[in-house]
Design a binder for this molecule. Structure first.
Ligand code: NDP
Ligand code: KYN
Length: 450
């Protein structure tokens, strides 16, 4: 191993982007992933992927490595949530200002683009290398490969090997790492709304479609081939509508006709897909520290969160951006110092987005269908238009800004308390346009001063 050769575990979105950053710093980089090379033997993601929503933090990280223009053709802007009620009527709730959008993107091609960019810059990517163990005492990593087990002695290890990280498991066995994992009661299943027979999108392509039904929901995100990737989120068991109770095509038809009839009419392959695609679990993982000597956990390996804010990838990309900034500032002679600074700086922010991701699930599956929620959003949008610096809606702070997640969270909580008081007025529906908006800002300023 050469001095300053970096080993990255995981060629997912975060491992690949980190490899690009490090190559651009002139470092030697080797990436190891347990999957086969997708270019040689297609490893199908089909049936178990949720489309992601690229937003400002993600774009900033891609732009810094010159990739924004290459990624744009894979992404479709969504300017708001299109809410479908049980009668098939829809309402658009904008995400932010008129030109602000989050971008639907699916994992496969995007991941490949990042891997290829890393290789173009000189990173060595080794597929079919599954990390089995990292021995910190002897500084040795063991991989399972088609040729048998292999051992390496890397100088620096970055574990971007996802929610079930082998680096993290090795840390847990050998050093004092706090760890918490929680499966939520819901699982998800991937479904599809294909393009129409004349090759068009079957619904508005520039929105994230939501069928909020209280304890469960269906969502749909557009793809460049004019299909939509849909994700059905249901409890596994224990409620009237849950995966456990959909046993045959008749049960499935009853659920879809009762709750998602407009979507049902656009899903010719529903019955096949539902019973063919796996039902996947949703997990939250928190751990700390993320560092052991010259080894660091990054992305989902450090903080896997439920997908409901659409921030998992954006947060992981921001991890890379911040780590890169520290490397630029502190140099590459003391990786343990760089990693230590990184974890201290970053942890409060990943805690905040982890929390917000859970809270956004309730908002998506339940609140968005409530006219009072829509009114609340309208009032907040007006406040933001009148007082752009004083009142920034939480969604805007998280999605369309680079403000630290922890700051956004704290500011969001103060705004939420003020808005709760505003919305408590029984005449708010009639009065909302005549509200004393300046007084609302004063209330916020007062609560900040306390
Ligand atoms: N839309 C989706 O369905 C998914 C989205 N994401 C998004 O990506 C974001 C960040 O993901 P990221 O942190 O890159 O994690 P990922 O899970 O995307 O990538 C980790 C990579 O490491 C591989 N890997 C796992 N274990 C080992 C091992 N022991 N040795 C070598 N390689 C291993 C994984 O293979 P394998 O996957 O086969 O385990 C995968 O290719 C998430 O927050 C989420 O937003 C991530 C996963 C799925
Ligand atoms: N990509 C996702 C995947 C699954 C669940 C939600 C998303 C979202 O992006 C949600 C979006 N940010 C929203 O708040 O409407």
């Amino acid at each position: 191993m050469k001095k300053n050769e970096i080993t990255i575990l995981g060629a997912g979105l975060i491992g690949s982007l980190m490899a690009i950053y490090l190559k651009r710093q002139g470092l030697e980089v080797s990436v190891y992933d347990k999957r086969p090379d997708p270019r040689k033997s297609p490893y199908s993601e089909a049936g178990r992927s949720i489309n992601m929503a690229l937003s400002d933090r993600g774009w900033r990280s891609l732009e810094q490595v010159g990739l924004k223009e290459k990624v744009l053709p894979l992404a479709i802007p969504m300017y708001g949530r299109r809410i479908h009620d049980e009668h098939g009527n829809t309402t658009l709730i904008p995400y932010g200002k008129e030109n602000q959008a989050i971008y639907s993107i699916s994992r496969g091609k995007f991941n490949q683009l990042l891997v290829e960019e890393g290789e173009r810059l000189g990173a060595k990517v080794h597929f079919e290398h599954k990390c089995l163990d990292v021995d910190f005492t002897n500084n040795e990593v063991t991989f399972e490969t088609p040729e048998g087990e292999k051992q390496f002695n890397p100088n620096v290890i970055i574990g971007a090997d996802g929610a079930y990280s082998a680096l993290r498991m090795s840390m847990q066995k050998q050093v004092r790492v706090n760890y918490k994992q929680e499966f939520i009661p819901h699982g998800y299943k991937e479904l599809t709304i294909p393009a129409t027979s004349d090759g068009e999108f079957a619904m508005d392509p520039n929105a994230l479609h939501i069928w909020p039904r209280g304890k469960f929901m269906l969502i749909a995100l557009p793809n460049p081939d004019k299909s939509f990737t849909c994700t059905l989120f249901l409890p596994f068991a224990g409620t009237k509508v849950c995966f456990e109770k959909i046993l045959d095509e008749k049960d499935l038809e009853t659920v879809f006709r009762s709750y998602f009839d407009d979507a049902y009419k656009l899903m010719p392959d529903l019955k096949t897909e539902f019973f063919k695609n796996p039902t996947a679990a949703l997990i939250n993982i928190e751990c700390y520290p993320w560092v052991q000597g010259n080894s660091l956990l990054l992305g989902d390996a450090a903080h896997a969160m439920v997908p409901f804010y659409g921030q998992g990838m954006n947060c992981g990309f921001e991890d890379c951006y911040i780590l890169n900034g520290l490397i630029e500032k502190l140099g590459t002679n003391a990786w343990d110092l760089v990693f230590e600074k990184y974890q201290k700086k970053r942890k409060p922010d990943t805690d905040a987005i982890y929390q917000l991701a859970m809270e956004n699930f309730k908002e998506m599956r339940d609140s968005v269908g409530d006219p009072k929620f829509i009114l609340r959003k309208k009032i907040e949008a007006k406040l933001h238009a009148l007082y752009p610096n004083e009142w920034i809606p939480l969604y805007t702070m998280v999605t369309f800004s680079e403000m630290k997640y922890a700051e956004a969270y704290a500011q969001g909580k103060l705004q939420e308390a003020v808005m709760d008081r505003v919305m408590a007025d029984p005449l708010i529906t009639e009065n909302w346009d005549k509200l004393d908006y300046e007084d609302i800002i004063t209330q916020l300023e007062t609560s900040k001063a306390v």
